[in-house]
Design a protein around this ligand. Structure first.
Ligand SMILES: [Zn+2]
Length: 172
């Protein structure tokens, strides 16, 4: 007599499994081939770059098509899967094209404003670098925080533009 009969839910190892993984895969394959995938207009709300070509029954990326000629989202993709669209949306090549596309079609005034913002940022980064070098130098030589203010003034006196912000002796 087997001990298994005494344990609730215990089954002998030899009992066949209901469906093998191979069978499950086969069922999924049949489902995938029979399933009619269609373009869903709701996708365009999420992915503004997505365009549906109803003549060819394909989708393409209006951004990438503008800048490239190769790739399934340039020539037209008939694989109506949300995952495929999502993959394209997060692809580096697509993101790069979006940046290029925006720069190319951005109104001139907006482009100038964007450029000035970049320049402004560069000068701020430069000031912060000086402040960090000062703080790092102080920490390395074991100087107290109170030295920071007069070191900043010294840097300024020596001709460095370090700005007015972050110039106090309070620890971050
Ligand atoms: Zn694209």
């Amino acid at each position: 007599m087997s001990l298994l009969g005494w344990v609730t839910g215990a089954k002998p190892k030899t009992q066949p499994v209901k469906k093998t993984s191979e069978e499950i895969r086969e069922t999924q394959k049949v489902y995938e081939t029979k399933r009619q995938r269609k373009f869903q207009t709701a996708w365009q709300e999420t992915f503004s770059w997505l365009v549906y070509d109803d003549e060819k029954n394909t989708v393409f990326c209006k951004v990438c098509r503008e800048l490239e000629t190769a790739g399934t989202f340039c020539t037209g993709n008939s694989n109506f899967k949300i995952d495929t669209i999502r993959i394209h949306d997060t692809a580096d090549a697509h993101k790069f094209n979006v940046a290029k596309f925006n720069a190319k079609f951005m109104p001139v005034a907006q482009a100038i404003a964007a450029k000035s913002l970049v320049l402004l940022d560069k000068s701020r980064v430069g000031k912060l670098c000086t402040l960090f070098r000062t703080a790092h130098g102080m920490a390395k030589s074991g100087r107290p925080y109170t030295d920071f203010v007069w070191l900043c003034s010294l840097n300024e006196a020596n001709g460095l533009d370090i700005g007015k912000t972050y110039r106090n002796d309070k620890a971050a």
